[in-house]
Write a protein that binds this ligand. Structure first.
Ligand SMILES: Nc1ncnc2c1ncn2[C@@H]1O[C@H](COP(=O)(O)OP(=O)(O)OP(=O)(O)O)[C@@H](O)[C@H]1O
Ligand SMILES: [Mg+2]
Length: 433
């Protein structure tokens, strides 16, 4: 399963320049853990970081102009960091699987002459395999305002002068054209491309072509990201019957997923129901009932009562835990799963269990999702390791700064001596200001 080892955001709302984990030129940093939790006071940028992932995924799906307006973002001027006249930038350092070398994706978004959001630069490059930390990575996609070069095939790529962070397309083309001998043969794998719409990402267009397997894999990876906007009210809606494979982001197809699980994975589903029943006192069975008009009802059997309750009558917390466990037991889980404040509405003693469920899914399951959460809950953080927890704070200039809990020596020592991390946070060891 693909994993994000590092992520950098620049000039996106309060995230003027924030890096999590390892980047291609920051190899000394530890990669992101399979489970990551971001904590911090109100207004430090947790939701913004969550939305940075959402914005990037939207850019791929609907193009940068629409992405600036989607999900109530309010347009480019609202989402670009205040007082910054620079482009919004993202860098994703990821590994398609444990056997391949890491790939870096860079994207910069700005305004064109008509003040419309567009893609300035886009680039994909891969570290050379078997060379440790040495040697310049190969680029296999480089676009500058919709024009550029792409390299066909599963390995290698072309070289760009890494002394400059921004590549110069004209000299790159000249360089490739001037190659001779074996290098000339190799350079035949390069192709000049021009996109007809510079509001669409190159990875969206080129990633749909078979001759670019690495670009396609990266596109599929981002398309597979799952950002949960689960609301118990949505889960109470009564969808038309029909099994559906995955829970959607709002959770309003909960009943359809239940039907799918019942039909396709009856054993696993029994397991999930049992697990939920063990965690939520009082529930001993959950199943579905099809109404005469073809809708689907989710039915909960409460131990104390003879007749079942329907999801419309169930508590917010019960529906939420049920939805999260269902999500974690998805037979084909998303590669990257983001959940904002999963603790909302849950009984405090359930939080440790939930954190452990997240960890088990992300770490132990071969094809498990990498999980990213934001939280305000020390009880949830109690179950986490310092390397899994990132603390966001507001810097002197009002922009967010981030640090990893295991970088604070005293916190590391206290956790090593047996103190729980959430307790230390509560006692101001993590965000002191
Ligand atoms: N364009 C922008 N430039 C700079 N800062 C911005 C911009 N837009 C919003 N902000 C600031 O971003 C900050 C982060 O907000 P965010 O919603 O991410 O906080 P949060 O950590 O999720 O807080 P909470 O715990 O209350 O949910 C806010 O303080 C807001 O003032
Ligand atoms: Mg928030």
């Amino acid at each position: 399963m693909a994993k994000i080892e590092g992520f950098r955001v620049k000039n996106f709302k309060s995230l003027k320049d924030v890096t999590l984990g390892r980047l291609w030129n920051q190899q000394q940093a530890q990669p992101l853990a399979p489970l990551t939790a971001v904590i911090g006071k109100n207004g430090v940028g947790k939701s913004t970081l969550f939305d940075a992932f959402g914005f990037l995924a939207d850019c791929l799906k609907i193009g940068v102009e629409e992405a600036c307006d989607a999900h109530g973002r309010g347009g480019f001027d609202r989402i670009r960091s205040q007082r910054q006249n620079k482009p919004i930038e993202f860098e994703v350092y990821y590994r398609e699987n444990s056997k391949t070398s890491p790939i870096t994706y860079e994207l910069s978004i700005g305004l064109d002459k008509q003040d419309r959001p567009c893609v300035f630069k886009e680039r994909l490059r891969q570290r050379r395999s078997g060379q440790g930390n040495y040697g310049q990575p190969y680029s296999f996609l480089a676009l500058d305002n919709g024009k550029g070069i792409v390299w066909k095939g599963e390995t290698k790529g072309f070289q760009i002068d890494e002394t400059q962070n921004n590549f110069d397309l004209a000299s790159l083309i000249k360089n490739i054209k001037s190659k001779t001998g074996k290098a000339k043969e190799e350079s035949k794998k390069t192709e000049l491309v021009e996109l007809d719409d510079n509001r669409k990402l190159g990875i969206a267009t080129l990633g749909s072509l078979k001759q670019h397997p690495r670009i396609s894999a990266f596109r599929r990876f981002i398309e597979g990201w799952y950002l949960s906007y689960f609301t118990p009210d949505a889960a109470r809606s009564m969808p038309l019957a029909g099994p559906q494979k995955h829970l959607n982001i709002h959770g309003d197809n909960l009943g359809n997923v239940v039907q799918f699980m019942e039909r396709e994975h009856p054993k696993q589903f029994q397991n999930i129901l049992q697990r939920i029943a063990n965690k939520i006192p009082g529930i001993n069975k959950i199943d579905t009932e099809k109404t005469n008009d073809g809708r689907l009802l989710l039915r909960f059997n409460d131990k104390g009562f003879h007749d079942p309750f329907y999801s419309q009558q169930m508590s917010d917390g019960t529906l939420k835990v049920f939805a999260y466990l269902l999500l974690l037991d998805d037979p084909t889980p998303p590669p990257f799963l983001c959940i904002e404040e999963p603790e909302n509405g849950l009984y405090h003693k359930l939080l440790e269990t939930l954190a452990l469920e997240f960890r088990e899914h992300a770490t132990d399951r071969e094809d498990g999702s990498q999980i990213f959460i934001t939280t305000h809950q020390p009880y949830l953080v109690d179950a986490l390791e310092p390397s899994e927890v990132w603390i966001l704070e507001k810097g002197q200039d009002g922009f967010s700064v981030i640090k990893r809990a295991n970088e604070i020596q005293i916190v590391k020592n206290l956790v090593d001596s047996g103190l729980p991390l959430g307790g230390l946070w509560y006692s101001d060891y993590l965000d002191r200001r």
